[in-house]
Ligand binder design. Structure first.
Ligand SMILES: Nc1nc2c(ncn2[C@@H]2O[C@H](COP(=O)(O)OP(=O)(O)OP(=O)(O)O)[C@@H](O)[C@H]2O)c(=O)[nH]1
Length: 325
């Protein structure tokens, strides 16, 4: 039966907390899905990190859906609805919106629920917020955006449990003032169908929704680098580790798609909260120009970071283009 309104799931959570990882899991549940991805950096990366291809997808990059590019949400949802409505065989049964890691959900929900045209055609099914155990306390303490993401959650999912020791887990549980099993942990074994049926639990102290007007302007900036010649992984590893060590507080996220000379397919490169992950192989995408690209998100001067990276990479000889945002 065709629903009156298309269900929308909003996936939120701070930078690197595991939204795209969860999205990849959700896309395997057999429900035909259209995806709307919002990225803070000007150069979109997340679409290449999705394992599913050939799904209806819209990418809004270069700012947050809650502020800089808020106006793009309604037209994008309208276009998706038109495509859905005009098709004899419905191309999707739900939409998942992955917000940028620094977006506050409130303005997004406001558009979705209060814009009359949209609210007649879409209904908000669930807001899922990911919270990475090792970095959660620092992020909640430091960033109003992380607190707003938690405050709006219908479902909170703890991630990166495998990287957290028992002390970190216990500390977070104490910080949130909850009983251990009150919030599910996203592990490979977690059944997402079961999770959506779980009662949501967000500790009351974290339910306080910051006044949208009181939310400070994002203190984040990003820089995108396109590299003509990708370095080998051991070299890039050393360069990125050095950058992370030199910028422990201000360099909050690195992500990229890199065509290492030693690999036939592209690889995803991620660093979150000072932790650099081993590269993960990605499926080859036809029509891609095979230029490697990296996005750095920082609370300091992004251009200075980009220059430092290029100098360490090959003395600045790499023909790279830099895009600031
Ligand atoms: N070990 C471990 N790694 C994880 C887990 N969840 C995500 N990751 C890794 O963490 C990194 C960031 O994950 P993403 O899913 O891209 O995070 P995100 O929230 O979409 O990131 P942004 O879109 O930049 O905000 C990637 O290297 C993931 O493979 C987890 O539970 N355990």
């Amino acid at each position: 039966m065709i629903p009156n309104k298309i269900p929308v799931i909003v996936l939120t959570g701070f930078l690197g907390s595991g939204k795209t990882t969860l999205l990849n899991r959700l896309l395997t549940d057999g429900v035909k899905t259209a995806v709307l991805i919002n990225e803070f950096g000007a150069t979109p990366i997340d679409q290449d990190l999705l394992q599913s291809r050939d799904i209806p997808m819209a990418v809004l990059s270069g700012g947050c859906l809650c502020c800089q590019i808020k106006g793009a949400l309604a037209p994008t949802l309208k276009n998706l609805w038109m495509a859905w409505n005009n098709a004899a065989t419905k191309p999707f049964e739900r939409i998942i919106i992955e917000t940028s890691g620094v977006a506050s959900p409130e303005p997004i929900l406001d558009t979705l629920l209060r814009e009359p045209w949209l609210s007649k055609r879409y209904h908000l099914q669930q807001i899922i917020t990911t919270l990475a155990i090792p970095s959660a306390i620092a992020q909640l303490e430091r960033h109003a955006e992380a607190r707003a993401q938690m405050a709006w959650a219908d479902l909170l999912l703890l991630t990166h449990a495998d990287l957290a020791d028992s002390n970190e887990q216990a500390e977070l549980i104490e910080y949130l003032n909850i009983q251990a099993p009150a919030i599910p942990t996203l592990t490979a074994a977690l059944d997402l169908f079961e999770v959506s049926a779980l009662h949501c639990y967000v500790p009351p102290a974290f339910r306080r929704i910051p006044d949208g007007n009181a939310l400070p302007e994002h203190g984040f900036r990003s820089v995108s680098l396109y590299l003509e010649h990708a370095p080998s992984w051991p070299h890039l590893n050393t360069v990125l580790q050095t950058l992370l060590i030199n910028h422990p507080d201000d360099l909050v996220r690195i992500k990229g798609v890199v065509y290492f000379p030693e690999c036939s397919t592209p690889s995803a490169v991620h660093a979150v909260a000072g932790h650099l992950y081993p590269p993960a192989p990605l499926p080859e995408r036809p029509n891609q120009d095979r230029r490697s690209r990296l996005v750095l998100i920082t609370t300091s001067d992004p251009e200075r970071l980009a220059r430092a990276l290029l100098i360490n990479l090959d003395g600045g000889n790499n023909k790279a283009s830099i895009r600031l945002h």
